[in-house]
Write a protein that binds this ligand. Structure first.
Ligand SMILES: C[S@@+](CC[C@H](N)C(=O)[O-])C[C@H]1O[C@@H](n2cnc3c(N)ncnc32)[C@H](O)[C@@H]1O
Length: 344
């Protein structure tokens, strides 16, 4: 029980710091419910031994958010900006009431991992892609843990900063001034010749259920993130990226075993490693590094990854042949604001 209290408090603090006062308030109420052995306690207690990386609290919040978004929690919806509401004095009691009346359904949603497809992460990743594009060699982008694949479409989004811009001007998704400090050299968007992703359980952004699932994972009072998500969904409508239902390890090994002469292969992931069991993570890294050792000037490889590094996320890139490794950007977990690191 004490461990669960710690998980809740860590997530409450995380939401407060990352700009979700609504979830910070709700999680305060969940903490009080825990102490009283109420409905939130009954649902979360089986996960008392889980780690912060399992993100059980976020799974729970997403389950409740899905009820709001599908019209099954109308009183709570009055507090959720994502449903047109604004937080009022009865937020905590209305939240508890929804949990109590949907316990079985929420127990199911707790089984589903966090699959937030955060398109804001395209900004720190762009810092790596732009460097890779400098040679003019087209890219073969292989994204691991791609969720709905929205970040595979990074080159279809518009990025504008300090009078520079890259990406189609007509894109429904625009990032305006997403950098702190100097922006990267945004001269030419690299050409993507091949793009493909994998996920244990891909979300189909072309279905209503898929869109609801994606929206449920965005914190309800973070309007900018919600608007970015909807704009990205608009962008990929009609030609959704291919995301194979597959485990990262097997899929990456299979794709890296295929020769790709004339293309710069990029293995990319963002906020994924923590969800892989340790041994899978270790073997995945070995798979990429082994492929790096085989890379040639005609078939080079890059490993671009945005992963947590304490309170910030670090976007690192290793390129082969050579194995040069450097930090290309630091940012929030959801992307902007992004600081470009010119050198390691
Ligand atoms: C937090 S989400 C991040 C999604 C996306 N990379 C982004 O940044 O928007 C993590 C994703 O990794 C996937 N995942 C976790 N372990 C995996 C594995 N072993 N193989 C493939 N996908 C995995 C999950 O299903 C989930 O969609």
């Amino acid at each position: 029980m004490a461990r669960l209290g710690e998980l809740l408090e860590a997530q409450r603090l995380g939401c407060e710091l990352a700009g979700s006062p609504l979830y910070a308030t709700v999680l305060g109420a969940v903490g009080a419910d825990l102490a009283k052995g109420g409905p939130c306690c009954r649902l979360l207690l089986p996960y008392a031994g889980s780690s912060f990386g399992d993100a059980v609290v976020l799974r729970f919040l997403a389950g409740v958010h899905a009820l709001v978004l599908t019209g099954r929690a109308p009183r709570l919806a009055l507090h959720y900006p994502s449903a047109g509401g604004s937080p009022g004095p009865s937020l905590e009691s209305d939240f508890r009431a929804v949990v109590e009346s949907h316990e079985a359904e929420l127990a199911e949603s707790l089984l589903r991992p966090v699959q937030t497809n955060e398109v804001g992460r395209c900004v720190p990743l762009l810092c790596g892609y732009l460097v890779l594009g400098e040679s003019g060699m087209p890219l073969r982008v292989l994204e691991v843990g791609a969720s709905a694949g929205l970040n595979l479409w990074f080159d279809h989004y518009r990025y504008e900063a300090a009078g520079l811009s890259v990406g189609p001007a007509s894109s429904p998704l625009r990032f305006e001034e997403p950098f702190t400090g100097s922006p990267p050299a945004m001269d030419v968007m690299p050409t993507v010749a091949v793009r493909r992703g994998c996920d244990l359980d891909p979300i189909d952004p072309g279905t209503e259920a898929g869109v609801t699932r994606l929206r449920s994972l965005v914190w309800p009072d973070q309007t900018d993130r919600r608007l970015r998500l909807d704009a990205a969904i608009d962008c990929i409508r009609g030609e959704p990226p291919v995301v194979d239902a597959a485990d990262a390890l097997e899929w990456t090994g299979r794709h890296l075993a295929e020769a790709a002469e004339g293309l710069r292969t990029v293995v990319v992931h963002s906020i994924v490693l923590q969800y892989m069991p340790l041994d899978v993570r270790r073997r995945f890294v070995e798979t990429v590094e082994d492929a790096g050792a085989r890379a040639t000037d005609d078939a080079p490889l890059a490993w671009l990854r945005m992963e947590p590094a304490g309170d910030v996320a670090e976007t690192r890139m290793t390129t082969w042949p050579g194995g040069t490794n450097r930090v290309v950007a630091t940012s929030g977990y959801h992307g902007p604001p992004v600081r470009v690191n010119a050198t390691d």
